[in-house]
Design a protein around this ligand. Structure first.
Ligand code: TYD
Length: 138
């Protein structure tokens, strides 16, 4: 996997004077079966989260409220995606280093995962990630 495999996906949006509506479906807008959903909230403005890679877990991130940047890194190239609308999602395949930075105050990040939470699926050290990426382990 490389940063070229990371995709911004535009979600359906029903604009309505009563309030807008968007939705996501697994194996449609989200290109995997969802096993887990979690959300990150009450992040102090300017904070960062999630400096790690997953061996297997694929994810799909939506900025339901506010804004933040997701930096993805495949060991040789980095790309930054800014999320600031609730009708866009970011698909990140497994095997990439990712970090979420520049959270605006009151932002809400909704994340869908292809795997249940497993501590052993995380690579938390960048140097180890680089080695594993270099020898094709991930
Ligand atoms: P972690 O993934 O380390 O957060 P970050 O986004 O900063 O990398 O998760 C923080 C804590 O929450 C960690 O102790 C494990 C727990 N956690 C779960 O129990 N289940 C989950 O699905 C997630 C995402 C985290």
């Amino acid at each position: 996997m490389t940063v070229e495999d990371v995709k911004i996906i535009e979600l359906p949006k029903f604009s309505d004077p009563r309030g807008n509506l968007s939705f996501v479906e697994q194996l449609n807008h989200i290109p995997f079966e969802i096993k887990r959903t979690y959300w990150i909230y009450d992040v102090p403005g300017g904070e960062s989260r999630g400096g790690h890679a997953y061996k297997l877990n694929k994810e799909f991130i939506v900025a339901l409220s506010g804004a933040f940047d997701v930096v993805v890194d495949d060991g040789s190239q980095k790309k930054t995606f800014s999320l600031n609308r609730s009708y866009y999602g970011l698909y990140i395949p497994n095997g990439l280093w990712r970090e979420m930075i520049n959270f605006s105050t009151n932002s809400l990040a909704l994340e869908f995962g292809s795997e249940h939470y497993k501590k052993g699926d995380y690579i938390r050290e960048y140097e180890i990630f680089k080695i594993m990426k270099g020898n094709g382990e991930i």
